[in-house]
Design a protein around this ligand. Sequence first.
Ligand code: 5RP
Length: 218
Amino acid sequence: MGDADAKKRRAALAALQLAAHDAVIGVGTGSTVNLFIEALAANPGRVRTAVSSSEASSARLRAAGIAIADLNELDGLDLYIDGADEATAARHLVKGGGGALTREKIVAAAARRFLCIVDDTKLVATLGRFPLPVEVIPMARALVVRQLRARGGDPVWREGFVTDNGNHILDVHGLTITDPVALERELNQITGVVTVGLFAARPADVLLIGTAQGVEQR
Ligand code: 5RP
């Protein structure tokens, strides 16, 4: 196992310890979450059911014997567990490297508590080194590109990738995100944008950071 995987696994196992027995949980997407799903598989009956943020995670959850719930049938969620591409000390996040940002934001919004599991390489002082994913309606792609360029970004179409919602992703390079809450609000207003991969208006409640030594909680 590589160093990065070992750190991610430590964060994933710490998240499982914080989940109440028999909880209804939301499950994110990505390599760190995959390690969390592995941990669930090794602990049958640990959680009651899960709402998934992507088709990819749903397939893994089913393979692990975890029942998938429909968010519309639930009165919210106890807990959401997901990774991130970047995180700050204020628990603001950039997410969407795996393209699941829209469903991730929905599940995060429905959750009473959001645990974000990352390895320590994801911590940054200022968001923006990782290109900011923006999900767009396909016919609006060029329109949104022009709007993002006007705001100083350099959007690159993630060509060949289609989200679970049938949309496209623009990865916006060159941003220094000093006010994530304001930028999330502003970019959400661009016609044709479905979701911005900034999780700042609803940040994580807890960061579990896997390090070489153990897990830090912030
Ligand atoms: C997927 C995400 C992931 O949480 C993010 O890309 C981090 O992935 P990983 O755990 O593989 O580093 O937002 O849309």
